[in-house]
Design a protein around this ligand. Structure first.
Ligand SMILES: [Zn+2]
Length: 76
């Protein structure tokens, strides 16, 4: 069970990872051969327009799951 400090840390990390992606996205936009420009590449649910404008190719749920997986493979 994560304690409160761990929890706060992971929120900061999530935010930082997202900021990093946005910064990198300027030179290399996130893309996927299967992305149709409207729907999440993972679950095919429609992505909200606001997210599409940010260059996202996944819905919030799938993005969170991916971020979580990335965090687990990138142990400190
Ligand atoms: Zn999705």
């Amino acid at each position: 069970m994560p304690d409160l400090a761990d929890n706060a840390d992971s929120v900061v990390e999530l935010w930082t990872a997202d900021a990093e992606r946005r910064a990198r996205g300027k030179s290399a936009p996130e893309s996927d051969p299967g992305f149709d420009g409207l729907n999440c590449v993972t679950c095919l649910e429609p992505i909200p327009t606001a997210r599409l404008k940010m260059g996202k190719i996944r819905c919030v749920d799938c993005q969170e799951r991916l971020d979580m997986a990335n965090r687990m493979t990138r142990r400190r």
